[in-house]
Design a protein. Sequence first.
Length: 249
Amino acid sequence: MIQPVAPGSPAEQLGRLFLAGVLVVFLPQLPLGNFLVYPFTILTTWFHEMGHGLTAMLLGNDFHRLVIFPSGSGYAETLYPGGEPGGLTRALVAAGGPLGPVVIGAALILASSREKWWKPALFALAGILVLSALIWVRSAVGLTVLPLVAAALGWIAIKGPPWLDRFSLQFLGVLAAMSMLRDWDYLFSCRAVIGGQFMLSDTCAMEEALALPYWVWAVLIIAASAAIIGLSLKYALAQPAGRASRLRR
């Protein structure tokens, strides 16, 4: 006899995460799927470029602006007040882009593991989206889509049932984590077309900064990403989510 899955159990959490992954992968294949997934494409670009900009700030430099193009590509412009930065600084800022979505995805997956974190995490992400749009985003697409996503997250946090709070965090966490797969070709190439111009890929920028071939940096970034997501899943699946009665509303 098949035993029912207990609400809030690791099996249920794993099932929800699996469902989120299925939606991320197959939603673009549905009729109007590309239209439905477009805001999330812009969001994953925001994750990536914020990774560059915030890494630069953590290293004592200036995050000047963030530009997102209608195609879903974008760039973060950073300034170095102290003059030409060293190779390590340039490499870390470059690595911050592909690792940024993974770190955010892991944080959202962790937040989904405890009921008391669901609404604060949604409010925090919505607030960061609005704040970044006011301070750094300098493109029409970003200034249109990101506040709309923030408004949707705020509505879910205020009006949504508990199951929707949790699933939203899981969906966005998996989306951010799996955006690395979307960027697979980008990581294993030396140049990319961004805004109609050829630019160095992040891994090629790391090659120029610290030697080692760009594909080595790609492998290291993927390995680090897998470790980060694996640890977040291990922790999240080990935690009880909360009261089953609330999840059934």
